[in-house]
Design a protein around this ligand. Structure first.
Ligand SMILES: Cc1cc2nc3c(=O)[nH]c(=O)nc-3n(C[C@H](O)[C@H](O)[C@H](O)COP(=O)(O)O)c2cc1C
Length: 319
């Protein structure tokens, strides 16, 4: 079946399926596997410790795929300036750059006039309208079911997507809570022209940096097994519920503030769980969609499965 939408045309991909930025997890192996399977894979720039390492990662993905890929910038959450990383991505002529977590204006201004496609991940209608005005080519819109950092308004994907689709004229990509062909078809029904998945792409073979314990937790976990942490410091984000996140929520309840929280929510604590499987000594991001994850296929198998499930629904609906 034909899966052409404005998103597939914009990104020059076969299926309207995008792998979200995944801090400390999305490197060239995963991104290339997604792109080779007809979706858009992404490397997460700010997980790399220097602009030179980003250059190497971009050169590596070019050896693994000749398909389009993206480089993701989570700005605002890092204390490091992103501009040198951005210059490397521009210099390497990457096909797509996505951004989130802060004011996208400086990146969009820098990219204006280049052939690089600009995706902005937002979590609210007003942010989508702003991104369009600033020159985004498409918006990815994440509902509150999603894994990792979220909007502050707690609006679920099913309400947010049609609102945004009615408010902007650039293509909308739905994100948050999507993990199978039903989710893809739901997103298209809501007015999106593509989907972005984060949590589902962790439980795939090519996400080689994620510890088996993390993948197993995604398989065993139910939709009720996540919590939103960091709300008290204005940066709500969804993680797998654990004794570690209980401690975080306890500090937040007692108005602990950033100083008391910082060791519990640090990148180091995140890496201890996701790289070492130290579930008692760190935390891992995940969305409610973990309730739907039952296995660890390859990225290609996953994408084919999603497309086939969606095609069954399309056939049932009469195309
Ligand atoms: C482990 C993890 C790390 C993430 N890191 C980033 C990131 O660095 N940049 C980004 O734009 N989004 C990041 N996200 C958000 C995802 O790209 C995506 O928007 C979100 O996971 C969608 O919801 P889902 O998990 O229900 O698919 C992250 C999500 C997870 C689960």
């Amino acid at each position: 079946m034909n899966w052409q939408t404005r998103v597939t045309e914009l990104l020059n991909i076969r299926y309207p399926i995008i792998q979200g930025g995944l801090a400390y997890l999305a490197y060239s192996e995963l991104a290339a596997a997604v792109s080779n399977a007809g979706g858009l894979g992404q490397i997460t720039a700010m997980s790399l410790s220097s602009p030179e390492l980003l250059r190497q990662e971009i050169q590596k993905i070019r050896k693994l795929t000749d398909k389009p890929f993206g480089v993701n910038f989570a700005i605002g959450q890092q204390n490091r300036p992103f501009s040198e990383f951005l210059e490397v991505a521009i210099d390497e002529g990457v096909p797509v750059i996505s951004m989130t977590g802060g004011n996208p204006a400086p990146i969009l201004e820098r990219l204006a006039g280049t052939s690089i496609k600009k995706l902005v991940l937002v979590a609210a209608r007003r942010q989508a309208i702003k991104a369009e005005k600033l020159g985004a080519d498409a918006v990815m819109v994440v509902g509150q079911e999603g894994g990792g950092h979220l909007g502050k308004d707690d609006i679920g994907t099913i309400v947010l997507i049609p609102q945004v689709a009615d408010s902007v004229s650039i293509p909308v990509i739905a994100s948050g809570g999507i993990g199978d062909g039903r989710g893809l078809m739901a997103a298209l029904s809501l007015g999106a022209e593509g989907i972005e998945m984060g949590t589902r792409f962790i439980a795939v073979k090519e996400c080689i940096h994620a510890h088996e314990i993390y993948k197993q937790a995604l398989i065993e976990g139910q939709e009720t097994d996540t919590v939103v942490i960091k709300r008290s410091i204005g940066a709500p984000a969804r993680a797998i519920a654990s004794r570690w996140t209980d401690k975080i929520l306890e500090i937040e309840k007692n108005n602990g503030g950033y100083e008391e929280l910082k060791n519990f929510i640090s990148g180091a604590a995140n890496k201890r769980y996701i790289y070492d499987g130290a579930v008692e000594d760190g935390f891992a991001w995940a969305g409610q969609v973990m309730g739907l994850i039952k296995d660890v296929p390859s990225a290609g198998e996953l994408i084919q499965r999603i497309v086939q499930e969606a095609e069954v629904i399309r056939t049932k609906w009469g195309q």
